[in-house]
Design a protein around this ligand. Structure first.
Ligand code: USQ
Length: 420
């Protein structure tokens, strides 16, 4: 199959490209390198050094013996999107090119607007370009388990049977997102579902849990590594807990620490996305996959991290700072996840073993963490009127999304070299 991966330079996009290529698929990628720029905007970088994209392509050629077609450009530019789809006519489009950080979207009004405008514009452009150039292409859209929030009921896979005033229907399960970023995914889901109805779009909406890990079987060389973010804006809780342990900082389990989320290893997430591509939705079908393996609380993540840290001679302390987010710190959590199992999905990786693998990698790149230790502790508050002054003090004036559109096709990104 020919698969177009938007956001191919990102944390999931890159290993997905490697995985699909190694399974015999043809891969075409799009990226505007905005993640590299935005991570630099908050003063950070990936703990793993990431080569420039031409060097990534070269590594794929030399190590995997495969060609990777790439278009540098922005999904908010409709002409660009239309031209790429018209030329490539992919069988599937895996759409990963969205602003993916909840804390980033909560910095201030400009970051909230940039997140929602860019995420929704990109998705709508893809929907229309597919309709006009390759209408049978299957759209695999990256959503998030966070769209559902934490209701006091089980969470179905997208739809559920309901009865109200004696009448029954099969309806989308209510969404209760917890950040402007998560709401952008909710609105995207509505747009994709509607496009299936009016344009006959074949669509899979992936409600992705938190992904963890740096390695997949295809990452056999340091030139093929994917990024690992650990700063307060771009790093997920588990990434940050491991980085904090390596740096001798306290593990920051917010509030009571009983917030639960669904988790999936990077390798298993790649397996899931490939299964979605290889078993496409039918024309006009909108299906939803809840994509995670197991739920863990923040306290469980902190405890697992601390336990594995001890194996490496590290002795992190678990702290409970006040939760900067507006979220339930203790709640019921039981989402259903059966659709991928029905396609043959089998979990390959265990959380604790992957945590061990991450520690191993991060200790190797410890100096890159040390160089950025000031970006790890939290500053963005969900409730504040405007963003925390401490974060703003770190942002360069040109980093303001309202002042200089971060979606414009900027210069080539700087290669992230390890410190000398
Ligand atoms: N948390 C801490 N300490 C920290 C950082 C976070 O306790 O230092 C807590 C948060 O308060 C939250 C939980 O950990 O309760 C998860 O936060 P996270 O930063 O690991 O993940 P989240 O913001 O939910 O977003 C991540 C990805 C996003 C993806 C989402 C899937 O960044 O792209 O959509 O996970 S899900 O969580 O299922 O919505």
């Amino acid at each position: 199959m020919k698969v177009l991966v938007t956001g191919i330079d990102g944390y999931s996009g890159w290993p997905l490209a490697l995985h699909l290529l190694s399974r015999g698929h043809e891969v075409v990628g799009i990226d505007n390198f905005v993640t590299r720029k935005r991570v630099a905007e908050v003063g950070s970088w990936s703990a793993t050094p990431i080569p420039s994209f031409p060097n990534r392509q070269k590594a794929v050629r030399e190590i995997l013996g495969k060609e990777l077609t790439f278009y540098k450009g922005d999904l908010t530019n409709y002409q660009f999107v239309h031209e790429v789809l018209e030329r490539e006519k992919p069988d599937s489009v895996v759409h990963l090119a969205e602003q993916r950080s909840a804390p980033y979207s909560m910095i201030d009004v400009h970051h909230a607007v940039a997140t929602q405008v860019q995420n929704l514009t990109g998705t709508l452009h893809l929907i229309y370009a597919i309709r006009d150039t390759c209408p049978t292409a299957h759209l695999v859209k990256m959503g998030t388990m966070g769209e559902y929030g934490t209701p006091n009921t089980d969470i179905p896979e997208g739809f559920f049977e309901t009865e109200f005033h004696g009448r029954k229907d099969y309806l989308p399960f209510p969404r209760q997102a917890g950040s402007w970023y998560h709401w952008s995914k909710v609105f995207d889901s509505g747009d994709v579902m509607f496009a299936s109805k009016i344009f006959g779009l074949a669509a899979t909406d992936v409600m992705q849990g938190v992904i963890y890990g740096i390695r997949t079987p295809e990452i056999t060389d340091h030139r093929l590594l994917t990024r690992f973010d650990f700063d307060e804006t771009w790093g997920t809780a588990l990434n940050r807990f491991i980085a904090q342990s390596v740096l001798g900082l306290p593990i920051t389990a917010y509030g009571k620490g009983e917030q639960k989320r669904g988790f999936i290893a990077l390798e298993d997430s790649m397996q899931s996305l490939r299964l979605a591509v290889e078993h496409p939705a039918k024309p006009g079908e909108y299906r939803v996959f809840n994509q995670f393996d197991a739920a863990y609380s923040v306290n469980q993540l902190a405890e697992i991290t601390a336990r594995v840290a001890h194996e490496f001679g590290l002795k992190p302390v678990i702290e409970h700072p006040p939760d900067p987010r507006v979220e339930a710190e203790q709640h019921y959590y039981n989402p259903i996840h059966e659709h991928l199992l029905a396609l043959g999905y089998k979990r390959a990786r265990d959380l604790e073993e992957v945590v061990r693998e991450i520690f191993h990698d991060l200790l190797h790149f410890r100096r890159r963490l040390e160089a950025k230790r000031f970006v790890v502790m939290p500053t963005v508050q969900w409730r504040s009127v405007d963003s925390e002054p401490a974060l703003h003090a770190r942002l360069p004036p040109t980093a303001h999304p309202g002042a200089s559109s971060p979606t414009t096709q900027g210069s080539e990104p700087t290669t992230e070299h390890p410190p000398a």
